[in-house]
Structures are given as structure tokens and as C-alpha cells.
Design a protein around this ligand. Sequence first.
Ligand code: AMP
Ligand code: ZN
Length: 479
Amino acid sequence: MELRFYNSYSRQIEAFQPIEPGKVRMYHCGPTVYQRPHIGNYRAFLFADLLRRVLEGYGYEVTQVMNLTDVGHLLNDADEGEDKLEAQARKDKVDPWQIVETVSRAFFQDLDALGVIPAHHYPCASDHISEMVAIIEVLIEKGHAYRVGDNVYFDVSTFSRYGQLSGNKVEDLVAGLRLEINEEKRHPADFALWKSDPAHIMKWDTVFGEHGFPGWHIECSAMAEKYLGKHFDIHTGGEDNVFPHHECEIAQSEAANEQAFVNLWMHTRFLQVDGGKMSKSLGNVYSLDDLVARGFSPWDYRFLVLRGHYRTQVNFTWEILRGAKESRAKLIDWRSRLRAAMRSGGGVDTPATIDAVTAAHEVFDAAIADDLNTPEAIAALFTLRNKLVQVGEAGSRTADAAIALLDHADSILGLFEPAAEVNVDSGALSDDQVEALIAERAEVRAAKNWARADEIRDALQTAGIVLEDTASGVHWHRG
Ligand code: AMP
Ligand code: ZN
């Protein structure tokens, strides 16, 4: 089935065509590591993971890059103002590099907890200063950028496609007074490539002067080019990245390299919390830890995100998260019943049940191919579940096919948390982990590995899980 994606640049759904047959190179704007990313940021990162899984599911060899912004991202995404990292460092009275380290570590832990497949490269902006300087020098040489003292600006009047991605017109930007007045700029819409500030802590001595640091946009142009080349397939970010960030990236890269930069631009809508913007004053800027502290698995949050299409707004409330958890638990329970049906072999196989599984598989794949319609794909799973439940216990052929569909759905969406090692001293096991251990116990029993089976039974017991071996398979509940 042909993959079709919405391209923010052309504003159309397009058939996906990689630049190089069989290979996909993609770049995602990653976190600014001044505060632990909130659940909204993870919506954008889960979208990147979904793309990776889908493309690999289609057999593409994917090279995936997600950057970490550790310098140059100023408050309000603007050209003037304090660096987000330095502002945070001042507040916490610590060195900004220390914040970079702490937040980056938390970020990678969160990605792992969410079941995100690691990207191939996670470059940090501060490690790529020379690459940025090299592009800026080319831009100056080609007349697209100009120096004012130790600062360097991009001259938007030299790049006719400026505004194409966002739909912004340079004149409107000025008229709308969305730009701060800066006497140095030739045109108010020009943007900074390099800034100088002796008071900046994170600064570099370069051809532009002693106390410089990069603009936020040039960082992504430089890192993308280094790891993916001058022209690559896909670039993603949250909807707020369209302007100015991605608009400026296109201008810089295309003006410097005199060729197309990215074929497909994809943007995910924002996650809302309590129906609005997350805000510190409302106390609803949640981290993944806040969810875990309330008894949710990060995988419940992942499921909440996937239940919405990436181009629609998704709302987060505790109630909605509870709904996502319950709904995911139904899939977990269904998988366990199907496994039990496989073992018992006593259920019903009819052409209708087998056809229902085949149809669900087709609907699932068609939905994913249609611009990653994850809510429709998930709905196909529930439609099948409801149909089969009406028939009674599935026969082993039906169960086998339905399990294969769930495994396929899991590889694309990430539905089932993998089992932890059996070392449950903590006594805390998620439903997924219990399921996985029960499945493993059935397998090792079949292989007459009694020692391991007993070990698992003991481990489950320690975790307060009660097993009942019945004719229709193993049922469990929390004791
Ligand atoms: P930042 O750390 O601000 O650089 O943002 C990192 C990524 O998270 C960017 O791609 C943003 O577009 C994205 N992002 C920020 N807030 C949200 C949100 N509420 N929902 C979805 N994505 C977001
Ligand atoms: Zn970026």
C-alpha cells in the first residue's frame, strides 16, 4: 500500500517518494534542554517515533536524527532576549552546562520509558559550532547575510521563497508588528544567524568575534546537513516550529546550498491540557513523572497520543488519560484471551471470524498509509475485538491471525510495554509486564522448564498477582 503524507510545505497530501530508493533520511527538532520536557513535547517526539516505525515497517532503511538545543534558543523564540538555558541557570543558580546534562539525562530516560526507538544521532547544538560558522560564512559570501559588528543577520530580501512554508508575507510580518525593532537589521524581518554578547556564558571565539553564540535556526540547518546531507527526505516538529524556526532553516540551507533542502515537512498539532495551553500559572505543565506518580504507565500516555490524529488537537486531562489506560487494558486483556484460546484450541473458527481478522488487518494498514491515521487504525482493532467477543472464544486459527495483527499493530504503534526482567523486589508490575510473564510461564512450562516456571510464579506472587489456571487458560488478578 502506498504511503501518503500531508506536506506542510505544499499543503497537500502526497504519495511518499524517498530521494534514494529504499532509504529515508529524516530530522526532528528535539528538546531545548533547559527544563525537563513536558508531555506536550513528547507528543512531538512520539510522532517522530511513529514515523520511524511506519517507515521501517515498509522496509525502508531509515536514518533518524533528533537534535538537542543547548544554546541560542531565546525566550519567545525571538532574536532578542535571554537564552532559555542561561535564564534557567540564573534562576537555579547553577552553571548552564549542568542543566544541559541533567535535563538531557531525564530526556533520554523519558524516551526509554515511552518505548521510543532511539534515533541514530542525537546531536547537541554546542558540539556543532564550526559547522554553523561555515554555513554563515557561505551565506555572507553569497550575499544572503551581512555583518553588523560581531552580529550576523540573514537578509530575507535575498531569498524569494521566504514565507512559503508558513504562508507569512514579509510585509504582513512588519505590519503586524510581530517583529521587535532592531536598529541593526536592514529589514525588520531579517533574523540573527550569529549574535555577540560578552555577558553570555555559553559563547565561542570565532571569525565573528570573541563572544559569540549561534542563532537557534542555524543550529538545525547545520546539524541536519552534517548527518543527513544537503537534501534529505523528511523534517518534523511541532506546529509552533513552522514559523519562524523552519521557515528560517529553509532560507539558510537553500540559500547556502542553492538546492532543495527537505522534500517533506510534517508538523504535529499541539497537545492541550484541560482544553487549553499548558501553563505554569495553572500548574498543569506535566512531566512524565507526574503521570507515573499517579499510577499511570508512560505507555498509557503514548496510547492517549496515538488515539488522536497527529494533525488534530489532542486534549489531556486525568480523566482522558484514565480512559486511555482502560482502553489499552482492554487490548492487553484481549491479547491474553487470544493466547489462552491458542493454547486451549477449543474455540470457534469460522470463515467469518477469519475474514474479520483479514479485514481488520487491511483497515489497519490502510489507515496508517493514509497520513498516519492512528485513531482509525486503533478503531479497527476494537471493531475486530468486539466482533470476535460476540462469537465467543476464538478458535486457534482465528486467535493466531488476531495475535499476528496485534503484534503488527504493536510494532507500528507501540501498544504493549515489554516485560521487565523477572526481578520484582519492588512488588510493582504493570499489566503488560504481568501479561508478558504469564505468556513466558506458559512457554517455559510447555518446554518443561519447571524451574523457570516456578521462578515466574514466585515473582508474580511477590508482586501480589494471583494466578488461576482454568480450562480456558490462565486468568489473573491483583491480590
Ligand atoms: P522546545 O523544547 O520548546 O524546543 O520544543 C521541542 C519540541 O516540542 C518542538 O518540536 C515543539 O514544537 C514541540 N512542542 C512543544 N510544546 C508542544 C505541545 N504542547 N504539543 C506538541 N508539541 C509540542
Ligand atoms: Zn530545530
